[in-house]
Every structure is written in structure tokens, then in C-alpha cells.
Write a protein that binds this ligand. Structure first.
Ligand code: IMP
Ligand code: MG
Length: 180
């Protein structure tokens, strides 16, 4: 795996530090309302992020999972997102925080936000670890952002290429010949 990585973009130590800050921001936002909070991680890319984030969140919360597939196989440009797993728990009347690994075109998040809005949540917010700047349309609001990155295809810390590299501990860029 190591030999496929061209360079580390965000070291695990920086990710850890930023997650502490994000957790504090999120905790302050839901202060006093935590009993009604449901986090919705979008599988599979958000699993590492959500696992680290929720252990820093001193809030009473539930999880509801959802899975979409945006980049089939080893494609690096988005197709229309397909729902692979419907929301695993009811979010009606709950404060919902959707969690994703990366905001790129915004199609994935738009789809999930529409799915949740249709179920009557009490509030709806979103958190992403990474955001590619200038791409997400204004109708896809995001409340918490870990890092803004350049328009690069990245892997590691949950993000995959062909379902590989999710376990690489840093956010990294692959050698170009692997993704072209
Ligand atoms: P969007 O729907 O275009 O915003 O893309 C978001 C989804 O595509 C994320 O949930 C990721 O799984 C995937 N994705 C977008 N950019 C990257 C990347 O650079 N590396 C790996 N996955 C990505
Ligand atoms: Mg994903």
C-alpha cells in the first residue's frame, strides 16, 4: 500500500487535532439538545471520521446509517448517486447531523439531505472532513468542515480508490499512473 502513495496531504496528527476542534464546535451547537441528536454517517467513506469524531463528542446521540455509491469501482468522476442502504433508523423529530468524508460535487449530500428532509427531522445539519472548494452548489449547505483541499483525488482515513486505501491513516494522494 505504502508504495502506491505519492504524498501525504494531511498527516494523521493534523486530522486528530482538527477533529478535536470540530467536536467542540458541534458540542457547542447542540448544547442542551443532545438527547434528540442522531448522526447519519454516509457509508463507507465516513467510517473512520465518524468513529474518531463521536468519541470526542460528549453528547447523548444515536446513529442511523445510510449508504450511497457515487464513484462506482475505480471511477474518479462522479456518476449519479445510487442508494445502496436506506436509512437504518427513523429520524422524524430528531436533530440530524449528516457526516461525510468529502464534499465534491455535492450530489451525494444533496441526495441524503433530501431523503432526511422528507422524514421530518427537527433540524438538519451536515459535517464533512474534507471539502473541494468552489464545487459544491449553494443548495447543499454544510455546517462543519474539517479541511478545504485542492481539487485532487485523495485516499486514506476512510476515503477509497476502488475500495482500497481506506485504512491508510493519513489523507494522501496516489501516484498519478494509478488513477489515470
Ligand atoms: P460528491 O457527491 O461529488 O460530493 O462526492 C462525494 C462522495 O464521493 C464522497 O462520499 C466520497 O465517497 C466520494 N469522493 C469524492 N471525492 C473523492 C476523493 O477525492 N477521493 C475518494 N472519494 C471521493
Ligand atoms: Mg463516500
Amino acid at each position: 500500500m505504502e508504495t502506491d502513495i505519492a504524498r501525504i496531504l494531511i498527516h494523521r496528527d493534523r486530522i486528530e487535532a482538527r477533529i478535536r476542534e470540530l467536536a467542540a464546535e458541534i458540542a457547542a451547537t447542540y448544547d442542551g439538545e443532545d438527547a434528540g441528536l442522531t448522526l447519519v454517517p454516509i457509508l463507507s467513506g465516513s467510517i473512520i471520521f465518524v468513529a474518531d469524531l463521536i468519541r470526542r463528542l460528549p453528547l447523548k446521540m444515536k446513529l442511523a446509517l445510510v449508504q450511497l455509491s457515487t464513484y462506482p469501482g475505480t471511477a474518479t468522476s462522479p456518476a449519479d448517486p445510487r442508494t445502496v442502504l436506506e436509512l437504518t433508523a427513523d429520524v422524524a423529530g430528531r436533530h440530524v447531523l449528516v457526516i461525510d468524508d468529502i464534499l465534491d460535487s455535492g450530489r451525494t449530500l444533496r441526495r441524503v439531505q433530501a431523503m432526511i428532509r422528507a422524514r421530518g427531522p427537527r433540524s438538519l445539519r451536515a459535517a464533512v472532513l474534507l471539502r473541494k472548494p468552489g464545487q459544491a452548489p449553494p443548495d447543499v449547505p454544510v455546517d462543519f468542515v474539517g479541511f478545504d483541499i485542492d481539487d485532487l483525488f485523495v485516499v486514506g482515513y476512510g476515503l477509497d480508490y476502488g475500495d482500497l486505501y481506506r485504512n491508510y491513516p493519513h489523507v494522501a494522494v496516489l501516484h498519478t499512473e494509478l488513477t489515470s
